[in-house]
Design a protein around this ligand. Sequence first.
Ligand SMILES: [Zn+2]
Length: 105
Amino acid sequence: MHCEHVRKTMVWSSVNSRGEPFEGGKQLRHQCDACGKQLSNHLPHRLAKPDLEKYNQNQDREWQDKLRSFDEKREQERHEWFEAHTEYLGTNEWQEKRAAVLAGC
Ligand SMILES: [Zn+2]
């Protein structure tokens, strides 16, 4: 899933970009309207509008879910790559290439 984060909203965040609790209170950040990702730059607190008092927990939870499923998908892909790679290493083609390299060809 690729998102350009075109539309974003200012939110108070209490977690960092990896979803871990942020030490030292809250950060003012931009959150993408489309995917819910909190964008990495921290904004000066004076930019916060008064109606921004409460931090959007729900949206963040959705983002956490997305992040988790993304991680699972990536883990799955890594696993598949590893299996494919292992298979490749077992092929004669690779054995021959390796032999050629070792022989200095
Ligand atoms: Zn986005």
